[in-house]
Design a protein around this ligand. Structure first.
Ligand code: 3AM
Length: 175
C-alpha cells in the first residue's frame, strides 16, 4: 500500500504567544475542564486534508507555492466552547480578510485535488483544550493576543505514545 500522511495547512503561533496562552489557560480553566493542548501543538487550522498520498502532497505543495498574498495581523480576542466536539478555543472576534482569503484558497485547492472538505463554514480557532465535554464557564472577553502572520505551514499530524503531534513539513511566505 502506498504511504499516506495525515496533513493539514495551518498557522503557527509565535513562541511567546504560546507561552502566554498556556499560562493564561492554567489560570483560567480548572484542570477538569478538558485536556490541554501542548504549547508546541497550538495552531490555527486553515484547511484539513486528511490522509494524503505522496503524489497528491506534491501537487498540493505546488499549488500552495503559487499563493501570493500579503501577511496580516491575527488577533485572538474571543473564546468559545463547542461541547459536541469537546473543544475550548480562542479566535478572532473579527477574522481578518487575509485569513479568510488564505483559508478559502487552500480549501478550494484541496477540494480540487480530491481532499474532502467539510461544507461547514470556516471558523478560525486555536484549540486550547480537547475533551471538554462538560459545561464550562468562559472567561470575560478581556484578553487579547495579536501578532503578525507572515507564513503558512503544511503540518503532518501523527499519533504516537498517546499523544497527537504536529510536525511542520513545509512553509510558504505571505508577501
Ligand atoms: O485543532 P483544530 O480544531 O484546529 O480538529 C482537527 C484539528 O483542528 C482538524 O484538523 C486539525 C488537525 O488535526 N480535523 C481533524 N479531522 C477533520 C476533518 N475530518 C478535521 N477538520 C475537518 N475535517
Amino acid at each position: 500500500m502506498r504511504e499516506q500522511k495525515r496533513l493539514f495547512f495551518g498557522l503557527e503561533l509565535p513562541q511567546q504567544c504560546r507561552q502566554e496562552l498556556i499560562a493564561w489557560r492554567a489560570a483560567t480553566f480548572p484542570a477538569e475542564a478538558g485536556q490541554p493542548m501542548a504549547a508546541d501543538s497550538l495552531h490555527l487550522t486553515l484547511a484539513f486534508l486528511g490522509e494524503v498520498s505522496e503524489e497528491k502532497t506534491r501537487a498540493l505543495m505546488q499549488q500552495a507555492g503559487r499563493i501570493a498574498q500579503p501577511g496580516f495581523t491575527l488577533t485572538l480576542d474571543d473564546a468559545g466552547h463547542w461541547p459536541r466536539s469537546g473543544v475550548i478555543w480562542l479566535g478572532p472576534r473579527q477574522a481578518p480578510r487575509g485569513l479568510l482569503q488564505l483559508a478559502a484558497l487552500l480549501r478550494s485547492q484541496a477540494a480540487r485535488s480530491g481532499c474532502y472538505q467539510t461544507p461547514l463554514p470556516f471558523h478560525p480557532h486555536v484549540t486550547l483544550l480537547r475533551q471538554a465535554l462538560q459545561p464550562v464557564s468562559l472567561p470575560p472577553r478581556n484578553f487579547c493576543w495579536s501578532f503578525p502572520v507572515e507564513r503558512f505551514v503544511l503540518f503532518q499530524s501523527q499519533f504516537s505514545r498517546g499523544r497527537t503531534r504536529y510536525q511542520a513539513l513545509a512553509e510558504w511566505a505571505l508577501r
